[in-house]
Structure formats: C-alpha cells, structure tokens
Design a protein around this ligand. Structure first.
Ligand SMILES: [Zn+2]
Ligand SMILES: [Zn+2]
Length: 287
C-alpha cells in the first residue's frame, strides 16, 4: 500500500484571476459550480444532500475555499462520497490534498492519468511559445510536476459508470491530456467537459478577466495531442448536449452551445490548433 500523499514539487500560488473568482452558480437543482480564480470546481448533489460528489479541485491553495463552499451548500461535516477528476493538471488538482485532508474520501480518475497523480511522471512543460495570449505566455510558471496521491486514487470503472453518480457516464476524451475524461447525464443533456474544450477565449486577457462565455478549443499551452483533442470534441458533440460546464469559463447552453460547438469543429484546425508551438508537431505526441 502506498500511503504517501504529497503536493507536486513545483506547487505554488498562480497569480491569475478573473471577476468570477469565488463566484458560484446553480445549474438546475443538483449542480453547482464555483470558480476558483480561473478554474471551475463542480458540486453534484442537491443542497443538504448526503449524496454528493466533487468534480475537480481548483488551483493551488484553493482547497480551503472549496471546503467552505461545500459546507455552505451541503452543511458542516457533510463529506462528499468521492472526488472525481477530469484530469490531473495543476489547476484541477490544486486544492485536492487540502480537500482529502478534510474529508478523507476516494479520488477517481482515468488510469492513463495515474502517472501524473502518483508522482511517477511530470506533464510536459507548458508551452510558453505557443500563440495564445497572456495565459500561454506565463504558462512556464505553471506547475507540471506530478502530485502524489498514493492509493487514494482509484480507477473509474471500465463500463463507463460513474461511482456514486447513477445517472452519469464518463467518456474518455484524450488529447488535452492522455487520461482526460468528461461526464455526461443523458436525462437533461448535462455535460461536464473539463478541458476537452472550454467556454472562455483564453488568448484574450480581457475575456479571461471578465469570463465572457464562448466555446473554444482546449487550453493551448498544455494540450499535447491535437489530433486526439479534435476527435474528443467531435465525440462530445455527437451526444445530445444541452448544457455544458467546462474547466474554464461560464456555463453555456442552448443555441450558443450548439452554434459554438459546430463552429469549433468546423474551424478546429485553424481556430483551436495553434499555428506554432511545441505540441503541434505530430512527432511530439506523448502518451
Ligand atoms: Zn488542463
Ligand atoms: Zn484547466
């Protein structure tokens, strides 16, 4: 048994924020998402319910805030049944260890993310040379070394079921990272897409700051396999998605979502994939 739990060696506060920092929004009666600086953390479960899960855990030092938001929604001492990860990038696991320390609950992720969650392998260095505005420019400071979760991290069931979330299915949506997953609920067409695609234009500082909703490709500075990333977006667009909450940007629904997704797929090569950068040469794929 591997019981070690440690932050990544390059764990640090990232000085990026937006006007939605610490702002939460309800989506239907059992979904609530909250923005930690620039990344979304999602709570699935009705207020005060004992049956709830957390999806993703924000940026470094975001954990205590996440616990406070959870206490407000579900009541003090009401722990989630599990924490699910779309993937293991620093802005999705930043507050994770603080949350685990508070709640001591299992963490579920795709096994292809395990090397980055069990201290075995670093993600590639973010590409600061990629075209993509300020977030890309400062990306070399982003942590890319692995967090160490030991045995607390468990594999998502192979049959697509999601632990503790009966109506939901997970889908493998690689490209942004090897073991990236999305979560979908057919009943109301609700999609949690992580960074498979996002809903803010990250190459505009203004759009990030104001969090103006707009369907966009995955974050450029960290996406390493663009061919897979494109296939993953196409896979998600084939679902009957009515509402999406992504890793970055506000919730998008209805016509804006349909039109945005169609455009993203049509223009993926010219709009989503950067013209230059380290990860656009196909020889540079990693897995
Ligand atoms: Zn990411
Ligand atoms: Zn992200």
């Amino acid at each position: 048994m591997d019981k070690r739990i440690e932050q990544s060696k390059d764990y640090k506060f990232i000085p990026m924020t937006s006007l939605r920092d610490r702002v939460g929004e309800e989506v239907g009666e059992d979904i609530f998402y909250y923005t930690d600086q620039i990344a979304n953390v999602i709570f699935i479960g009705k207020p005060k319910s004992k049956n709830w899960v957390l999806i993703d855990a924000g940026l470094p030092y975001g954990g205590k805030k996440i616990v406070q938001v959870a206490e407000k929604r579900f009541g003090k001492g009401n722990r989630p049944q599990a924490i699910l990860l779309t993937h293991g990038h620093f802005d999705h696991v930043g507050g994770l260890i603080e949350c685990i320390a508070e709640w001591n609950v299992p963490v579920y992720a795709h096994s292809l993310e395990f090397p980055y969650l069990k201290g075995e392998q670093s993600y590639p260095e973010p590409d600061g040379s990629v075209e993509g505005g300020l977030l890309a420019k400062i990306s070399p400071i982003y942590p890319n070394e692995p967090i160490q979760l030991g045995d607390i991290v468990k594999e998502l069931p192979e049959n697509g079921e999601v632990p503790f979330m009966k109506e939901w299915r997970w889908l493998h949506t690689p490209g942004h990272s090897p073991g990236h997953v999305s979560f979908f609920r057919e009943r109301d067409g609700l999609l949690i897409a992580g960074d498979a695609f996002i809903t803010v234009r990250q190459d505009s500082f203004y759009n990030v700051l104001l969090q103006i909703p707009e369907v966009n490709g995955p974050p450029r500075y960290l996406t390493t396999d663009w061919e897979k990333a494109q296939k993953s977006v196409e896979k998600l667009a084939r679902l009957s998605v009515k509402i999406v909450i992504t890793g970055h940007g506000p919730m998008v629904k209805g016509e804006d979502l349909q039109v945005g997704l169609k455009k993203l797929i049509k223009d993926f090569k010219t709009e989503a994939i950067p013209d230059y950068g380290r990860f656009i040469d196909t020889d540079n794929h990693y897995h």
